[in-house]
Design a binder for this molecule. Structure first.
Ligand code: FE2
Length: 495
């Protein structure tokens, strides 16, 4: 078979090789024939070398590295023709080596010759057009001439693009190193605790110093989430409650459900602390980032303020009860029942708090009523009754300038209002009355009827329940009445 379209003279060698490759000879015979062919046809080697993309050279290791042979790739690599470099006709190869790299190149080559080993190195050259290129060279000494000079052969290839890429990568690597260093520094110095763990198996991957300090456990003891829960929340019930809350938060994928405030924790030394925690899931990377701040000081401060506030309210309640010993403890009992009703109704914590504080001081206005009326053993005259009925407004006036975070003054003003408008001081009805006031109204009636009064002995709890049952939906809120009944009848509530 003859190859088609092989017009170029220099490629006639390929035809010979093609004929050997497709002959009927065995492979071992073909290999032997090719070897003989190459040995006997130096022209083939010349064609092959001349067409290589790398610059191939044969030179002497004399002062100027006299070039004996150089292939065509010389032009594309250096911009100079072979004839300009061969026998150093116009310039030597050394002339095109980047000045600062010359010593390095000579040193490497001489070292290779000395050790009788191949030398390989990279350095810069300056092309005919003045462009700087990075090259990679591999060479060796192939013979020592009579005058002691070595015959060197090798090839040189352009690696500028690789070098540029590598430099760009190095810059990026350095930048990344700096960024990582900075991130680690920040993570370690931050007063916020930060930890990461795998969502799938809970394994803890990173914990910064602040995280360990805030939770009060050494980093190496918090190896996974299970261990963390067991150590930080030693009480089983509380642990299960926190775990459920956290797992539900994660499952919801709702960021608002992944922040928890004022969580009680137990440190390794047994002391109690409080934290605010926020979890940030990165589902695509199976990662959970947990951040935490120490809330212990704030928790203790808030507790002190709350205790002080409670004591102040109690003091206000005591002021009126000291003046009216027959109603001693009336307000605290009304408060106890009001809170129970509110909780049984499932009202939010803030509403329960409003009811608690309003009920504790709902009768504070009685401080302005003469003891002779408050403690009168018999029935009150019309005037006396009207005077007594001013106490909700008096209560309102006493507390109106206190900036409660709840509508305390409105609640106590309305605690004698009735659903049908028959109450006082304003005779408002139904939805005009706050739910908190409706609750206190029912608790107030129950407590008043069930307790001893100057003008009558106790009527008993049954009579009191009968009263709210009879007037449910008329004087008192229906729902509040039914919850109150349920507390006494089914929950065994005791005043
Ligand atoms: Fe009252």
């Amino acid at each position: 078979m003859k190859l088609k379209n092989l017009n170029l003279q220099k490629l006639y060698y390929l035809q010979d090789l093609y004929d050997i490759a497709y002959s009927s000879d065995s492979n071992s015979v073909k290999i032997r024939k090719v070897k003989n062919y190459l040995k006997n046809n130096r022209g083939f080697s010349t064609v092959l070398i001349n067409n290589l993309l790398e610059m191939v050279y044969l030179c002497l290791d004399d002062k100027n590295w006299t070039v004996l042979y150089i292939n065509k790739a010389c032009k594309s690599l250096t911009g100079y023709k072979e004839s300009e470099l061969a026998f150093n006709s116009i310039l030597s190869y050394e002339d095109i080596i980047y000045p600062e790299d010359k010593n390095h190149v000579r040193e490497k080559v001489l070292n290779g010759i000395k050790k009788n080993k191949k030398y390989s190195l990279s350095y810069r050259i300056v092309t005919k057009s003045g462009k700087v290129k990075w090259v990679y060279e591999i060479g060796q000494s192939v013979a020592t001439l009579k005058n002691g000079l070595h015959l060197l052969e090798g090839y040189i290839t352009d690696i500028t693009h690789i070098k540029n890429l590598s430099e760009a990568l190095n810059v990026e690597k350095e930048q990344l190193k700096k960024t990582n260093f900075l991130i680690n520094l920040i993570l370690e110095k931050l007063p916020i605790g930060i930890a990461t763990n795998r969502i799938s198996d809970g394994k803890v991957l990173f914990i910064n110093k602040a995280f360990s300090k805030i939770y009060g456990w050494p980093t190496d003891e918090l190896i996974d989430i299970e261990t963390f829960f067991n150590k930080v929340y030693p009480e089983k019930d509380y642990r299960e409650k926190i775990k459920k809350m956290v797992l539900e938060g994660i499952a919801s994928k709702n960021p608002a459900k992944m922040r928890w405030n004022d969580i009680r924790i137990t440190k390794k030394n047994g002391t109690i602390g409080y934290v605010n925690a926020v979890n940030i899931p990165v589902y695509t990377q199976d990662l959970m980032v947990s951040t935490v701040i120490d809330f212990t000081d704030q928790h203790n401060y808030i507790k002190k303020i709350t205790d002080l506030f409670d004591q102040t309210i109690k003091l206000m309640a005591n002021l009126v009860e000291i003046k009216d010993p027959y109603t001693y403890n009336h307000q605290s009992k009304v408060s106890k029942l009001s809170i129970a009703i509110a909780k049984e109704m499932g009202l939010p914590d803030e509403k329960v708090k409003a009811i608690k504080y309003a009920s504790l001081i709902h009768d504070i206005g009685k401080i302005n009523i003469p003891p002779s009326i408050l403690n009168k053993p018999g029935e009150l005259s019309y005037i006396e009754s009207k005077l007594l009925e001013t106490h909700p407004e008096n209560s309102y006036k006493i507390v109106k300038d206190i900036a409660f975070p709840w509508p305390i003054k409105e609640i106590i003003l309305q605690h004698h209002e009735r659903i049908d408008g028959s109450g006082y001081p304003k005779g408002i009805k139904n939805n005009e009355i706050l739910l908190e006031a409706k609750i206190i109204a029912v608790a107030d009636v129950i407590e008043a009827m069930a307790s001893h009064r100057p003008y009558r002995p106790t009527l008993g709890i049954e009579k009191a329940l009968e009263e709210i049952s009879k007037n449910s939906g008329k004087l008192y809120d229906e729902k509040v009445c039914s919850i109150c009944m349920k507390l006494f009848k089914k929950r065994n509530f005791i005043l």
